[in-house]
Design a protein around this ligand. Structure first.
Ligand SMILES: Cc1cc2nc3c(=O)[nH]c(=O)nc-3n(C[C@H](O)[C@H](O)[C@H](O)COP(=O)(O)OP(=O)(O)OC[C@H]3O[C@@H](n4cnc5c(N)ncnc54)[C@H](O)[C@@H]3O)c2cc1C
Length: 431
């Protein structure tokens, strides 16, 4: 039986972990940690730093083994929450009962239930296969650390097995572009080192008229030029309609053979989100208000406690553009700050620790981004400034360091960053 009031955060990704740290610090600051506690739940006891997943997928075993890669691409949750009134539970969330305040978990093969008073949904997204026949069964995604290791192992197996290999990346968004550029570079190295007689081709197949569709035309042109220089074939306006083992068929009937298909064509909110009695937009995604609170599906429904949602799991309509915010780490972190401050505000009010409680509002912005494309080259956009080449790659490194410093003790952050730098410098081919 819980004696403290529980603030339950589901998902320890970019958004959930940041919210847990923020709320934990505030509970301690206001000496409320004897009455309230944060329960953070995730299926993994680590957070994945997704921007470097493409590097893990293209790092030879000689350069870094599994444990080395895990130590630089994932961040242990316990390290990030150390000393805070946050309890971490490793478990698979199987069901949510928002009418009665119960969360169902599968934990070490045992069913378990936890209760909440405040709930923050930070479950992220999952790969979207768009119901394309055979796609899930015959492709590999790039969403988790384990996915990246599977891709790496499959490429190495193919190299050992066949004289000609064809790798197709389905989807020319930033993940597909990053992976294609780096894989192309890596294959060149493998050819020299392991198998000079092996020929490898890499292509991106994208349904849109250009790669990086949501980005500006200028960025798309730059990326196309870079990928072409590296030897990546780009096949635009090509909608994959069906996939069989080693064969993708386009809508127009054209067939694309492959040895490995990596599907980076899209993500959708965690499927658990669809099961909740929450207000959705016409495409069925759970929408949140600008205070990051969720609303019941119909006004007459009474949800248990206060429910908030952040990050890739939810849809936030940008009032300026009328479009849904893109799923990026920076947005999940900003939304986590807003949700955390509002939850703390409500607790302070309830505990008579504040006279006037301010409500915080999420204001979307044009977040900076970096798209690495093979070796020490990246396109970085910061406000109106567009930087490409080595400087872009350098900025990517600084972004990583900045994130590690925000989540780990100084010494550990610097150690982890240097370890990653050492491995990825060896890994990155100049050019
Ligand atoms: C390959 C790749 C590269 C990317 N690169 C960038 C980049 O360069 N810059 C950028 O800004 N964004 C990037 N992104 C997007 C970024 O990772 C997401 O926008 C961000 O992770 C969203 O944060 P979140 O907290 O909403 O979800 P996540 O970080 O995905 O966290 C969700 C968490 O919920 C857990 N979870 C989900 N379901 C369950 C369940 N049923 N039971 C238990 N636990 C569960 C997951 O394990 C996960 O830890 C990239 C994404 C990918 C896949």
């Amino acid at each position: 039986m819980a004696t403290k009031s529980q603030i339950v955060i589901l998902g320890a990704g970019f958004g959930g972990l940041h919210a847990a740290i923020t709320i934990g610090k505030q509970l301690r600051r206001y000496k409320l940690d004897d009455k309230y506690e944060v329960i953070l739940v995730d299926r993994n006891d680590f957070q994945t730093y997704t921007p470097t997943l493409y590097e893990a997928a293209t790092t030879s075993k000689e350069t870094a083994n599994y444990l080395d890669l895990k130590s630089i691409i994932t961040i242990p949750v316990q390290t990030a929450i150390k000393g805070l009134p946050v309890n971490f539970i490793k478990g698979e969330i199987t069901k949510l009962d928002l009418m009665n305040g119960d969360i169902h978990l599968a934990r070490e093969d045992q069913e378990e239930q936890i209760r909440y008073e405040y709930l923050l949904l930070a479950l992220g997204a999952e790969t979207n296969y768009f119901n394309i026949k055979g796609l899930k069964e015959n492709s590999l995604p790039l969403k988790t650390f384990y996915d990246s290791i599977k891709i790496r192992d499959r490429v190495l197996e193919l190299f050992a097995e066949k004289p000609h290999i064809k790798i197709v990346i389905g989807g020319g968004g930033s993940t597909g572009v990053e992976l294609a550029g780096e894989i192309r570079q890596w294959l060149g190295e493998l050819k020299k080192e392991l198998s000079p007689q092996c020929n490898a081709a890499v292509s991106i197949v994208d349904a849109g008229p250009r790669i990086l569709g949501p980005f500006s035309e200028r960025i798309s042109r730059k990326a196309t030029k870079r990928l072409t220089k590296l030897g990546v074939e780009i096949v635009n306006n090509s909608h994959i309609a069906k996939v069989q083992p080693q064969l993708a068929t386009l809508e127009d009937g054209k067939e694309i053979p492959f040895d490995l298909l990596v599907w980076t064509g899209g993500v959708k909110s965690s499927s658990l989100m669809e099961t909740m009695p929450l207000k959705t937009e016409p495409k069925g995604r759970v929408v949140v208000e600008n205070e990051m609170n969720c609303l019941p599906q119909t006004p007459d429904l009474k949800l248990y406690g206060k429910v908030y949602g952040i990050g890739d799991a939810i849809c936030f309509m940008n009032p300026k553009t009328g479009k849904a915010m893109p799923g990026v780490a920076r947005a999940a972190i900003s939304q986590a700050t807003i949700a955390a401050k509002n939850i703390i505000g409500e607790i302070l009010e309830r505990e008579n620790k504040a006279t006037r409680v301010k409500r915080y509002i999420f204001r979307p912005m044009d977040y900076p981004y970096v798209i690495p494309i093979g070796g020490k080259y990246a396109i970085a956009k910061i406000g109106p400034i567009l930087i490409s080449g080595f400087l872009g790659w350098f900025i990517k490194g600084l972004v990583e360091l900045n994130y590690l410093l925000s989540i780990m003790p100084l010494e550990q952050a610097i150690k982890t960053w240097f370890k990653g730098l050492r491995i990825f410098i060896k890994n990155d081919r100049l050019g």
